[in-house]
Every structure is written in structure tokens, then in C-alpha cells.
Write a protein that binds this ligand. Structure first.
Ligand SMILES: Nc1ncnc2c1ncn2[C@@H]1O[C@H](COP(=O)(O)OP(=O)(O)OP(=O)(O)O)[C@@H](O)[C@H]1O
Ligand SMILES: [Mg+2]
Length: 548
């Protein structure tokens, strides 16, 4: 592996209100070296690390990795964020196994994946806790687990934000030793720290003063002399008053290595393709769901409770021509539509917001958002299909739905599944859009209310105001309700049934059920695609906006 250097020239980053977070910072980490960034809390270390990694663009200045602009997603890149961001529901060894399968090149044999996981566990002293759930690990163990994820691939450039915080002094020293060994093998390493001992173990130190000014750049041995202090701790105080260092960095800029078959980016192995990634993410999501008993219980339990309530609500036989109750038949169609919608929405809403930091972290390197979203769909859609089938079967067995052939039930089932799929996609979109899980819970009533009001079930579309009927076009519940009504031929039943209420109801609903169910399916399918695409765009935007 050819080691590559990292160079930054005149970096400047300004926040709203003209506050500098980085003030004209220039530095260089030679190939295969360890550079430590130190400085007071809030001085801008994390920000500088993100800019150096290329995951956050500066307002001014340039960064190069091996003479080229940073390309984190091209491979050979690792970033360990300040917070330990890993799935908590899986055992550590499973988490690392999935991370390895996601990051290692396509075609890596299974035994090599296993070996990489065992090596990362051993390197970070985690072999003893490999079978523990990540959620129960100690803070320091979780920190090391988060680092282990990026060590699986032996990257060419590795950025770590406070990797030693939360570690005992011996573990911190061991980690620095491990990073030094990695650097010797050709990985260029930049890390931030609050631990004075780390500074002395680095090849070079960059010291930031508040306001993002670089006040020292050079060998660790020169640090105390530069600030005229006796200890690293005192240097923190002296740094605030120290002048910024000059922007002249020694050595010529690295020339980008020519693109030949044996060098540069073509040297990097190809990551796994989108289909394999989808399959891997599907398996991982399924395992996480299965291991989190509470969410699995909610997933299975909530449709059962709702179906039981539907069964209790309606009286039997309302579809029979002899005892036809037109209003009830319309309500049964609506509640099937709404039930299918509600299942899908609740399944989707908590999926992404609960793991957004992980998505962002993995997106820095390998994750593709298309396979990620489709993996969520692949896990949840079969559960929804089962819930919809159960809903229809229970209502039919209890005679809340009419005796009819497979054609009619096939149509009802198709509508229910599409309604659930569209709602799932809407839930995923909302889940991607909110800032935290608490907001997702608030979204539930906000998304349900208009779907009830403008479905056309309570106020038929022909009776709505112009604005209302315009809005109803955007409601998946409207299309599901109409397709279900058309599927059970509500209009024929009302026109020919024994109830005198049929014909007037038919007049007020107008041509609501006159179209084929297929029209509703097209709308539902279209909304599913639209919502998924929007979820993709929102996620892509969130991942781009900031690394944290
Ligand atoms: N996206 C942002 N929006 C607002 N303020 C920001 C943003 N990013 C960074 N800052 C501010 O920039 C300053 C530097 O932040 P940074 O996280 O880089 O500090 P740090 O040196 O890593 O601190 P610590 O040692 O506590 O981790 C802080 O005052 C922070 O509030
Ligand atoms: Mg920080």
C-alpha cells in the first residue's frame, strides 16, 4: 500500500454572525505519520478534522490527500466520530461482522471477513466482550468498538475524533501504539485529543487556540519550549494568548500519483455492489429488529390489536342484500384503507430517525441510500402483507365482509397492500425528515388527520370545497378507499340492495366507486415511488449537510 500525505492550506470556516471556527489553518501530515490535533474545548478540533477528512467543505482553502481532493467514498478512508455511533442491539461480533461485509472489497472470502473481525477485536482488546450486546458495553469498550469498525479495512487515511477519551491511561497508550503500528504499515493518521500523553506519542502536533487559530505546528518535543511552559496542561492556558503560526508549510506539495494500473485510486479494491449491499442491509435490519424484543412485539402486536377493534366495531351482515347497511359498508371500506395505511405509517416512522447518526457515519464511506431504503422496505413489507391478509381474513370470517370470489378478495388485498406500501414509504420519508425520534411521534397525528378528513369517506369528494377536493388527490387514503369500494362493487350493492338509503348515498358519493380499482392502484404505486424518492433525497441532503 502506497502511503499518502494530507495537506491543508489556508483553511477558513465561518459560522453565521461572522464567528470564525477555523482561522486560516495550514498544516501537513506526511505519508504514514500520526498527527495529533489538540486545543481547548470548542477551539475547532472536530471541525478541523472534518474539513481535513473532506467530509465538511471549508469556506476557503484547500485540502489534498496524496495531492488530490479528498474522496472519502472512493475507499481506503476511515472516519471515527466523537460520539460512538454503532448499533446497540447487536452483539459486538455481529456488529463488526456486518461492518466488515459492508466495507471489505467485493469477493472477500467469508473466512477473511471472519479473520478481519477477529483481528480488529484482538487489536482493540475486545475479544473478551465479543458476544456482548453493544448497548451493555462500558463507555470505553464502546469507544473502542467504534474504532474497530474503521480498522476492519486497514484504510490509507484514518481520522479519529477523540479516540482516547473515556479510555483508561493504559488502554489509551495501547490504542496510540496500535495507531502507530498502523501508520508504520502505511496509514496516515490524524486524531484529536484532550489527553496530554497522546501529544507526546505523535509524530507532529497541531495546536488550536479558541477561534480556530493554529498556534503551534511541529514535533511534540518542541511544544513546551514554544509556549514556554513546563507541562502540556499549562500549554493550554498559554495557547489562548499565543500568536498564530505562519502559513508556510515545509516540503513541496505531493504530486498526484499518475493513474496507472498499479497506483492511486485504481489500487483501491472495489466495494460491494448495490444488490449485495441491499441484501446485507436487509439481513442486518432483520437481525436488529428480531433482537429488539419490544419493537418486534409492537410490530406484530399493533395490527392484531387494531384488527380486534375493527372486528368488535362492526355488526355482521351489513353487506348482505337483505340486511344491507350502506353507510356501514362505506365505513368498513374506509377503515380497511385506514388500517392498512396506519400499519404502514407506524412501521416506517421509527425506522430511520432512530439510526440517522449511523446512516450518516456509514454514508461517509460505503453506504448507498437506495439499497438502505429498499432494505427497510424489504423487511417491513412482508409483515405488512401478512397484517393486511389477516385483517381481510378476520373481517370475512366474522362476516363483516361479503361472501365473494377470489377475484374480489384479490382486488381488496392488492389495494390494502399498496395502501400499506405507500404509507410505509410516507413513514420512511417522515422518519428521514424529522430531527429526532420524539418528533416522529408528533408526526403520526399530523400525517393521519388529513388522510382521514380528505379521504372522501366522511365528506364525499363531490361534496368537498374546491380546495378540499384538490387536497384529496394527494391523499393515499382516498385512492385506497375508492379502490376498495370499487373492489366490493359498493355502487351496485347500494343501487340494488334492500336499503332505501342506498340510492341517496350513491348520489352523494357520485362517481367515487365508478372507476376500476386499477386506477387507485396506479395512484398508490405512484405515491410509493414518489415518497421513497423523496426519502432518498432528504437523506442525501442530510448526509451532505454536515458530517455530524
Ligand atoms: N454546524 C455548526 N453550527 C453551529 N456551531 C458550530 C457548528 N459546527 C461547529 N460549531 C461551533 O464551532 C466551535 C468549534 O466546534 P468543534 O466541535 O470543532 O470544537 P472542538 O474543539 O472539537 O471541541 P470539543 O473538544 O469540545 O470536542 C464550537 O463553538 C461549536 O459550537
Ligand atoms: Mg470535538
Amino acid at each position: 500500500m502506497t502511503a499518502i500525505g494530507i495537506r491543508a492550506r489556508n483553511l477558513r470556516l465561518r459560522l453565521a454572525g461572522d464567528r470564525d471556527v477555523l482561522h486560516d489553518v495550514s498544516l501537513a501530515a506526511p505519508p504514514g505519520s500520526v498527527l495529533v490535533i489538540a486545543g481547548a474545548s470548542g477551539a475547532g478540533k472536530t471541525t478541523l478534522l472534518e474539513v481535513l477528512a473532506g467530509v465538511r467543505p471549508p469556506d476557503e482553502g484547500t485540502v489534498t490527500h496524496g495531492g488530490r481532493p479528498p474522496a472519502p467514498r472512493a475507499g481506503g478512508f476511515g472516519y471515527v466520530p466523537q460520539d460512538d455511533i454503532v448499533h446497540r442491539d447487536l452483539p459486538l461480533s455481529r456488529t463488526l461482522r456486518y461492518a466488515a461485509e459492508l466495507r471489505l472489497p467485493a469477493g472477500t472470502p467469508a473466512e477473511d471477513v471472519g479473520a478481519a473481525v477477529r483481528r480488529a477485536l484482538a487489536d482493540l482488546g475486545l475479544t473478551g466482550v465479543a458476544d456482548q450486546r453493544v448497548g451493555v458495553l462500558s463507555g470505553g469498550e464502546r469507544k473502542r468498538a467504534s474504532i474497530a469498525v474503521e480498522l476492519l479495512t486497514r484504510p490509507r487515511v484514518l481520522f479519529l475524533d477523540e479516540p482516547t477519551s473515556g479510555l483508561d491511561p493504559a488502554a489509551g497508550a495501547a490504542l496510540l501504539g496500535l495507531l502507530r503500528a498502523l501508520a508504520n504499515q502505511g496509514t496516515t493518521i490524524i486524531l484529536t485529543t484532550h489527553t496530554p500523553a497522546d501529544l507526546l506519542r505523535a509524530d507532529s502536533v497541531a495546536f488550536l487556540a479558541p477561534g480556530g487559530r493554529l498556534v503551534y505546528r511541529g514535533a511534540p518535543e518542541g511544544l513546551l519550549k514554544h509556549f514556554g511552559t513546563d507541562s502540556v496542561e499549562e500549554a493550554y492556558g498559554a495557547a489562548a494568548e499565543a500568536p498564530s503560526v505562519s502559513n508556510e508549510i515545509e516540503g513541496p506539495d505531493e504530486q498526484p500519483i499518475a493513474e496507472t494500473a498499479s497506483s492511486s485510486t485504481s489500487e483501491l479494491p472495489k466495494p460491494i455492489g448495490p444488490l449485495r449491499q441491499w441484501w446485507l442491509l436487509t439481513r442486518r435490519s432483520a437481525e436488529i429488529l428480531a433482537r429488539n424484543r419490544l419493537s418486534a412485539a409492537v410490530l406484530v402486536g399493533s395490527p392484531i390489536v387494531i384488527i380486534a377493534m375493527f372486528a368488535m366495531l362492526f355488526r355482521p351482515g351489513v353487506f348482505d342484500p337483505g340486511s344491507l347497511d350502506p353507510a356501514s359498508t362505506a365505513m368498513i371500506c374506509f377503515w380497511i384503507a385506514f388500517g392498512a395505511f396506519f400499519f404502514g405509517l407506524t412501521y416506517g416512522l421509527l425506522q430511520i430517525c432512530t439510526e440517522l447518526p449511523i446512516v450518516r457515519r456509514e454514508r461517509l464511506t460505503v453506504l448507498r441510500l437506495g439499497p438502505y431504503l429498499l432494505a427497510k422496505t424489504a423487511i417491513l413489507l412482508p409483515v405488512l402483507v401478512a397484517a393486511d391478509a389477516l385483517l381481510l381474513a378476520v373481517l370475512r370470517l366474522l362476516n363483516r365482509l361479503p361472501a365473494a370470489g377470489w377475484g374480489v378478495y384479490g382486488s381488496l388485498f392488492g389495494t390494502a397492500v399498496l395502501a400499506s406500501a405507500a404509507a410505509l414509504a410516507l413513514g420512511l420519508l417522515a422518519s428521514a425528515a424529522v430531527a429526532e425520534p420524539g418528533q416522529a411521534t408528533l408526526m403520526l397525528p399530523l400525517l393521519c388527520f388529513p388522510q382521514v378528513l380528505f379521504s372522501g369517506a366522511f365528506v364525499p369528494v363531490p361534496r368537498m370545497s374546491g380546495l378540499g377536493s384538490g387536497l384529496s388527490w394527494a391523499m393515499t387514503n382516498r385512492w385506497a378507499f375508492e379502490a376498495l369500494g370499487s373492489g366490493v362493487r359498493l355502487d351496485e350493492r347500494w343501487a340494488h340492495g334492500a336499503s332505501p338509503m342506498g340510492p341517496p348515498l350513491l348520489t352523494s358519493y357520485g362517481d367515487t366507486f365508478a372507476h376500476s380499482a386499477g386506477r387507485g392502484w396506479l395512484w398508490l404505486g405512484g405515491f410509493t415511488v414518489l415518497f421513497l424518492a423523496a426519502a432518498w433525497a432528504v437523506l442525501a441532503h442530510k448526509c451532505r449537510r454536515a458530517a455530524r
